[in-house]
Design a protein around this ligand. Structure first.
Ligand SMILES: Nc1ncnc2c1ncn2[C@@H]1O[C@H](COP(=O)(O)OP(=O)(O)OP(=O)(O)O)[C@@H](O)[C@H]1O
Ligand SMILES: [Mg+2]
Length: 239
C-alpha cells in the first residue's frame, strides 16, 4: 500500500544539540486528516520543518509520495506540499490581500487572467473577497491566518500542512475553517496534516494522531483510541 508520507526511524537534532526528535516511525495515509499533538516544545513544528526540508534529519528515512526526501529531492517535494505556518506573519507580506494570494500562482507563470480567477476563488473560499484591497497587516490575526490559507489553497497542492490552524481562533471562525478544509482538501482526496493541543478537536476531527512528548513518540494510531492511553491525559487534559 502506498502512503502519502513515511517516517522510518527518523532522528534529528538541532546543531546546538538542545533538542532532538528521536527515532520516529509512523505513516500518513493518502486523503486522511492526520493530527500531530503534544505540549509546547514537544517537537511538532520541528517535525513539520523536516517534512518541508527546512531542516534535514541526520538518521532514518522520510518519504513523501514514494520519493525519499534529501537535498536533491527537496524542491520537488515542496511543490507537492502547501504549508501554513503557526504565525501568519511568517508568510503574509504583500501590500494587499489580493497581491499576497496572487504571489504563488504568479511565480508559477500563470497569465494575469488565470491568476485573477484563481485568487478570486481562493478569497471567496476563505470569505475574504471584501478585503482584497486591504493591507494584510491591518487585518485581525484570524483574518491573516485565512489569507495565509488562501495563499496555500490557490496552489492546489496534494498535501496541506497547517501548524496550529485553530490556535487563537474563535469558534465560528474555526468551524468555517474546518468546513473550508473539508470541502477543499478532504473531499478532493487530498491529505491534511495539522498540529493541535486540543484533545476534543483531535478526537472529533482527525483520523489518526501522532502524540509527541519531548521529541519522542508516545502514541500513534486512531484518534478514537487516544482516550485508551491514560498517560496522554496528563498532557492533554480532557479538552
Ligand atoms: N532553531 C532551533 N535551534 C535550536 N533549538 C530549537 C530551534 N527551534 C526550536 N528549537 C527547540 O526545539 C524544541 C521543540 O520546538 P518546536 O517548536 O518543534 O515545539 P512545538 O511542539 O511546535 O511547540 P509549540 O506547541 O509551542 O508550538 C524546543 O525545545 C525548542 O526550543
Ligand atoms: Mg509549534
Amino acid at each position: 500500500m502506498h502512503h502519502e508520507i513515511v517516517f522510518d526511524n527518523v532522528f534529528f537534532e538541532y546543531p546546538d544539540k538542545s533538542f532532538a526528535l528521536k527515532n520516529l516511525s509512523f505513516t500518513i495515509n493518502i486523503g486522511e486528516k492526520f493530527a500531530i499533538c503534544g505540549n509546547n516544545g514537544a517537537g511538532k513544528t520541528t517535525l513539520l520543518r523536516l517534512l518541508l526540508g527546512l531542516e534535514f534529519h541526520q538518521k532514518g528515512k522520510i518519504k513523501v509520495q514514494e520519493l525519499e526526501l534529501n537535498r536533491d529531492t527537496v524542491r520537488e517535494i515542496r511543490k507537492r506540499i502547501g504549508f501554513v505556518f503557526q504565525n501568519p506573519d511568517s508568510q503574509v507580506f504583500s501590500a494587499s490581500v489580493y497581491e499576497d494570494v496572487a504571489f504563488g500562482p504568479r511565480n508559477l507563470g500563470f497569465s494575469e487572467e488565470e491568476v485573477e480567477e484563481k485568487v478570486e476563488r481562493a478569497l471567496e473560499i476563505v470569505d475574504l473577497s471584501e478585503y482584497k484591497e486591504h493591507s494584510p497587516f491591518r487585518l485581525s490575526f484570524g483574518q491573516r491566518k485565512r489569507v495565509a490559507i488562501a495563499g496555500v489553497l490557490v496552489m492546489d497542492p496534494a498535501i496541506i500542512i497547517l501548524d496550529e490552524p485553530f490556535a487563537n481562533i474563535d469558534y465560528p471562525t474555526r468551524r468555517s475553517l474546518q468546513r473550508i478544509l473539508e470541502k477543499d482538501v478532504i473531499e478532493k482526496g487530498k491529505t491534511l496534516i495539522f498540529t493541535s493541543h486540543s484533545r476534543l478537536l483531535i478526537e472529533n476531527w482527525s483520523d489518526n494522531v501522532l502524540f509527541l512528548n519531548k521529541g519522542v513518540k508516545l502514541f500513534v494510531g486512531s484518534s478514537s483510541k487516544l482516550s485508551d492511553f491514560p498517560e496522554t491525559e496528563k498532557f492533554l487534559g480532557k479538552f
